[in-house]
Design a binder for this molecule. Structure first.
Ligand code: SF4
Length: 427
């Protein structure tokens, strides 16, 4: 951040006045957090806009907040914190708008078993978040003999009626974004990336990789106007995929089907059959420490329910956690923007038990990596939700002072070990 007071990079080596204008590092930290949150909000606003849903308040906030980061008189810490909480509020609104746009276009998601692996025949693997890209691809590949497979954050698409009606939406292949280079290398068909979290391809599959929409990669063919013909032609020219079904996973626990079970869930809590709910999810990444989330879910007592979303779920969505009186113990609510669904469920439970969300037997354990996770974190703080565990490390752009503020006000805590965190959360 350029500081207009000392005319240097604030807090950097040329900054001569730290201690005079005083709060530079913290302001820079809050402005970084705000810009990351704006990127997350923009991603959701982009997807909603593609589906025809726009909102004046969201657009106005993006301009206002971005402008604030360059004004030369705004060195006010409290104002920045207010802006971050407002970013959380706006992110909640844009997630709601995107959810409505997806549901209006593709129907209410329903719990769905998804095949994992491949079927014999030509195939296309689609990764990223854009359901409209998938819908257009399914329409254009219908009757061609090509099977379409989801990768990464595209998995929840299988639960939307208007997408699952296509019989050649054949299954899910691979896991989260950080495995792309290995998994795309091994996938013999054509591949398309629709949004962020798409990695620069290896030479071995670059010629069968495509991008569309917002995603671009150097040396990779870009599909324009959702005309997928070049991708389809490539898929038909490649060797066919083997018949290799390796298992199945569940998705589609959007808030609407979950809330339809609300009375039963409340009954099970009152009867002592469900002791606690955990929201475990967020972005995945390559760090070895992220195995913590697999261990965390594996070690949870059998009378607990796990709500999950985003690509962090690939750490544990293959596990069979069983059921509690017919309610699956692992409920995949969808993509990261379906944090909106998790919030709806938490709010409904709080209403049913006549208490605040913070008083529910619910603990939140978020894995963070990129900008949408930052926006979602500030949504949770805007809602006054406390005691969130954050990992695998705390964001590097948060200064000690800002962290202290977040810890004092919201009791945000870094993860420790799976055993210790489970014990603390259940106590
Ligand atoms: S959940 Fe986060 S890390 Fe994963 S694909 Fe989506 S934006 Fe990327």
């Amino acid at each position: 951040m350029f500081c207009y007071q000392c005319e240097q990079t604030a807090g950097g080596t040329g900054c001569t006045k730290v201690g005079v204008c005083g709060k530079n590092e913290d302001i820079a930290s809050l402005q970084d957090a705000l810009i990351y949150a704006l990127k997350g909000i923009s991603a959701y606003a982009y997807h909603a806009r593609e589906l025809g849903a726009v909102d004046e308040e969201v657009d106005a906030f993006l301009a206002e907040a971005l402008f604030t980061t360059l004004t030369n008189v705004n060195f006010d810490l409290e104002n920045h914190i207010e802006l971050l909480l407002k970013a959380g509020k706006i992110n909640l609104k844009v997630m709601e708008i995107l959810d409505k746009a997806n549901v209006d276009r593709f129907g209410v998601p329903e719990p769905t078993k998804v095949n994992v692996g491949t079927k014999a025949g030509p195939g296309i693997l689609i990764t990223g978040h854009d359901l409209l890209d998938l819908y257009e691809l399914l329409k254009q590949t219908e009757g061609t003999g090509i099977n379409v497979y989801t990768h990464g954050e595209m998995l929840p698409a299988h639960a939307y009626p208007e997408l699952k009606k296509f019989k050649h939406l054949a299954g899910n292949y691979g896991g989260a974004w950080q495995n792309q280079k290995k998994e795309f290398d091994e996938f013999p068909g054509a591949i398309i990336g629709t949004t962020n979290c798409v990695l620069i391809p290896k030479e071995s599959y670059k010629d069968r990789m495509f991008t569309c929409g917002i995603a671009r990669l150097p040396g990779v063919q870009h599909i324009k106007d959702r005309n997928f013909k070049p991708l389809i032609d490539k898929a038909l020219s490649l060797p066919t995929l083997p018949d290799n079904l390796v298992g199945s996973i569940m998705t589609g626990f959007h808030h609407q089907p979950v809330l339809a079970l609300a009375d039963k869930i409340v009954e099970l809590v009152k009867a002592g059959k469900i002791r606690h709910f955990f929201l475990v999810g967020g972005c995945d990444g390559a760090r070895p420490g992220r195995n913590y989330y697999t261990e965390f879910v594996e070690k949870l007592p059998k009378d607990t329910i796990v709500l999950t979303l985003a690509c962090g779920k690939y750490r544990f969505n293959h596990l069979d956690l069983g059921e509690i009186d017919g309610i699956p113990r692992l409920l995949d609510m969808g993509q990261c923007n379906n944090a909106y669904s998790a919030i709806q469920v938490a709010v409904a439970l709080a209403k049913a038990f006549d208490c605040s969300v913070n008083s529910l037997p619910l603990s939140i354990n978020i894995s963070w990596f990129e900008q949408k996770a930052v926006a979602i974190l500030f949504t949770l703080l805007h809602l006054g939700i406390k005691n969130i565990r954050l990992g695998p490390t705390l964001p590097a752009f948060i200064t000690p002072n800002v962290l202290q503020f977040l810890q004092e006000k919201y009791n945000i805590q870094p993860i420790t070990t799976a055993e210790e965190d489970i014990k603390a959360m259940l106590s």
